[in-house]
Design a protein around this ligand. Structure first.
Ligand code: FAD
Length: 284
């Protein structure tokens, strides 16, 4: 196995362009945890020490998170939306959060990646760079399927961007696990919600993870929430068709249980947002 540590983005891109068999590694918590991802002759390009990829910034109404930002840094950045900070704080143990990164989470594209639902609900985009230039894609177009992303062999995910939520927006993330403590999600949901001055839903974004090959936004459900009062939401969620989801059956949960958890997680996330809006808790 060959290993090269890049110190600048340009150095990493040139190294990837030289030989498309080279693979990026950042925190290594996914890449080196799965032996299937470590073929004997892999050539690894380590991007974890590139300072430019570790910044978390806001500018001109946009948030920009460097792809090599560790989950612990996201969890500790208090001005980020609550849904994203709570998802960050829910990733593994402290050791995994210090090492594992936002970019690695998205590129590994697990159906239960904690980072994906909140970023989908925030309308996130990804910035991809190569020696050929830079392009941006909406996150939902980047995620092609379980463990499949729209990343070319010579490309690096450099940043994740999303519009800074409005002051009146509230966000929440709910992770359903099979046990307490650090555990992978069975199903998760993230919500971004804005209530109007007359206490009806003005804007809603809902994303569900763990109940399909990739986490999904739920546009029909989002539309059905608009103009509704808080007390109407439980019936809407209970009766909503979640046919867009395609949960698997495995030793962790049946498909029916995953659908049940999806409803539960969405309702809990909505309730968190409504309670925060009602009590005037600060934005995000
Ligand atoms: C014990 C344990 C517990 C875990 N618990 C959770 C959990 O609760 N929730 C959760 O969501 N995840 C969990 N994970 C998975 C993992 O920690 C996260 O997905 C983490 O965010 C991966 O980031 P990384 O930097 O370590 O990725 P790496 O392992 O370095 O890379 C993962 C993949 O992405 C590619 N890659 C990484 N960065 C880039 C980039 N910038 N551009 C292009 N390609 C890139 C690599 O080539 C590789 O294919 C856990 C893992 C372990 C080992």
């Amino acid at each position: 196995m060959n290993y090269f540590r890049a110190h600048t983005v340009e150095e990493a891109l040139a190294t990837l362009a030289d030989d498309p068999r080279r693979r990026v590694v950042c925190g290594g918590t996914d890449a080196f945890a799965d032996l299937a991802l470590v073929p004997a002759r892999s050539e690894w390009v380590d991007i974890s020490r590139i300072d430019a990829l570790r910044r978390i910034e806001r500018c001109d109404g946009w948030v920009r998170i460097g792809a090599a930002s560790a989950w612990e840094s996201v969890a500790l950045t208090t001005w980020l939306p609550v849904a994203l900070r709570d998802a960050a704080a829910a990733v593994g143990s402290l050791q995994i959060r210090v090492q594992g990164t936002v970019g690695g989470n998205l590129c590994h594209a697990s159906p239960i990646a904690d980072g994906v639902p909140p970023l989908l609900s925030l309308d996130a985009q990804v910035e991809l760079a190569s020696v050929r230039g830079v392009r941006r894609l909406p996150l939902h177009e980047f995620l092609l399927g379980a463990r499949q992303v729209a990343l070319k062999a010579d490309e690096l995910l450099v940043a994740i961007l999303f519009p800074l939520p409005a002051d009146a927006d509230r966000t929440a993330f709910v992770k359903c696990t099979n046990r307490d403590g650090s555990a992978l999600a069975v199903v998760s949901a993230a919500v971004r919600l804005r209530m109007s001055a007359v206490n009806t839903v003005e804007d809603a974004a809902v994303a569900v993870g763990g109940a399909s090959a990739v986490a999904l936004r739920m546009p029909a459900l989002e539309a059905s929430l608009l103009a509704q009062r808080p007390e109407a939401l439980r019936d809407i969620i209970d009766g909503a068709s979640l046919a867009a989801l395609s949960p698997i059956e495995d030793c962790r949960a049946t498909a029916a249980h995953r659908t049940h958890l999806a409803r539960l997680a969405i309702m809990r996330a909505l309730t968190h947002c409504i309670e925060e809006a009602a009590h005037g808790v600060s934005a995000g």
